[in-house]
Design a protein around this ligand. Structure first.
Ligand code: GTP
Ligand code: MG
Length: 438
């Protein structure tokens, strides 16, 4: 939690910031752009003093925006003693440099800001490596084009992470580090692959939570696993997939993965760098697509997530829409929606109050039935102790003791778990009904 503390300490003490949202004819489709930029800035613990919208028909070469506007900004910077100006648009290194010279303060674009948030939030070894890789790549394009004022060695936003260590302005050194990190990442990925293979072999179903940032994935993950995963009303609270083994009512043993949130116009470099954290999504048996049902832009966000799911090749994974935060809607009861074939495609819940989570478990059990089986087993008198384990691992529909003091249980468990049980002494299979395989 060290990163969180550092971040919390910084709230309200962050750089005095001006946000400039540039509306181009090409990005009019972007919804809620200014609000999102502001949320990003808040997530990075910046002190946003002012924000400004600028409309342009095209990007100018020197400053991106017109020089008249730049003069206006320069006055604002003086008047409000600002430290930082953030542009929603992708600035070229030379535009950034020109703006810094004229405005006499630090200038950053949205990619730089997202990278900064990533560097504050990455917790796992892999997450940190990936952020560093993305930062170094972002930096190296700037160095190639002669971005030299990194030598100022100023700490703070944009220069965290690799910026804090003796920022090797030397292109060659950066290249070496990029190579190094890539190699280490490759190793981590291989280990992950191995872990995944053993999961596939063990037949344990995998559930991946995915969705737009701030939709409530980690809150739901926490509710289900009762684990303490960082859930906070900030963008990108989760940066690396967090995986837990859980025992779900009705469907039993499963593996559940929380993932990094999606965001519109995520710089492409970053999508690449974070692909492996989304890999869980591709490997999953079920994808729970979490949506903030109270968000006025939910329709657009659902589409964005669909696009990215397609981009990472995860659209073959069966998915269920989880409409979360129904406690924020007026008089809304939890419910399940089915399509014309009777398949569950949407469940309405509140991860915060727990309303509807039982319906979600039911939906998961239905969706996972391909990996599940229903069976009747008998435990002889000496093996009755196994019963309490089954209670924890699987789902017991019925149980009774027969005339000989033996337990007869009707259970729902994974194929894998059933075969494990049957290999134990004193456990006998009386009957098994295999559900249809997917
Ligand atoms: N009212 C209400 N708030 C919720 C609910 N679920 C989550 N939240 C809040 O929404 C905010 C975001 O929740 P997170 O679980 O961190 O969201 P996330 O999808 O994991 O976000 P990222 O990790 O940034 O992608 C937090 O302030 C939660 O307390 C809910 O059912 N009802
Ligand atoms: Mg999260």
């Amino acid at each position: 939690m060290e990163l969180f503390d550092r971040q919390k300490d910084a709230v309200g003490q962050g750089e005095r910031t001006l946000l400039v949202y540039v509306e181009l004819s090409s990005n009019r489709h972007v919804y809620n752009g200014m609000d999102e930029l502001e949320e990003l800035a808040n997530s990075s613990a910046l002190n946003v003093i002012k924000n400004l919208k600028v409309a342009r028909n095209y990007a100018s070469a020197k400053y991106f925006i017109g020089s008249g506007k730049v003069a206006e900004l320069a006055e604002l910077v003086k008047e409000f003693e600002l430290d930082l100006v953030i542009f929603s648009a992708e600035l070229s290194p030379s535009q950034e440099r020109n703006l810094e010279k004229t405005l006499e303060c630090q200038v950053m674009d949205r990619t730089g800001l997202i990278l900064d948030i990533f560097s504050l939030r990455a917790r796992s070894f892999e997450g940190k490596l990936q952020v560093e890789l993305a930062q170094l790549k972002h930096l190296s394009t700037r160095l190639v084009r002669g971005w030299t004022h990194l030598e100022r060695q100023k700490g703070g936003i944009g220069l965290r992470g690799p910026g804090e260590t003796q920022l090797e302005t030397d292109k060659r050194l950066i290249a070496v580090r990029i190579k190094n990190i890539s190699k280490r990442l490759e190793k981590v990925h291989k280990q992950r692959d191995l872990g995944r293979k053993s999961r596939v072999k063990s037949d344990t179903p995998m559930i991946a939570l995915a969705g737009y940032t701030n939709a409530g994935k980690s809150t739901l993950f926490n509710y289900i696993t009762k684990a303490e995963v960082f859930a906070h009303n900030q963008l990108f609270a989760t940066l690396d997939a967090t995986i837990r083994r859980v025992i779900l009512p009705a469907s039993g043993e499963a593996v559940i993965a929380d993932t990094v949130g999606f965001i519109q116009d995520l710089p492409h470099d970053l999508v690449d760098a974070f692909k492996s954290t989304l890999e869980e999504t591709r490997q999953a048996n079920v994808l729970l697509h979490i949506v903030d049902a109270a968000d006025e832009y939910k329709v657009e966000k659902i589409e964005q997530v669909h696009d990215i799911v397609h981009e990472i090749d995860a659209d073959k994974v069966p998915s269920i829409l989880v409409m979360n935060k129904i406690d924020c809607l007026d008089n809304f009861e939890p419910r399940i929606d089915r399509d014309e074939n009777g398949r569950i495609f949407r469940v309405w819940v509140s991860a915060q109050t727990g309303a509807g989570i039982d319906l979600l478990y039911q939906a998961l059990a239905e969706q996972l039935s391909g990996t599940m089986t229903r069976a009747r087993i008998q435990l002889d008198v000496t093996s009755a102790y196994i019963r309490s384990e089954i209670h924890n691992i699987g789902y017991i529909h019925n149980e009774k003791v027969d005339d000989f003091g033996q337990w007869i249980l009707e259970i729902n468990v994974t194929h894998h778990y059933l075969s494990k049980l049957l290999s134990l002494k004193g456990v006998t299979l009386l009957w098994e009904q295999k559900s249809q395989q997917k």
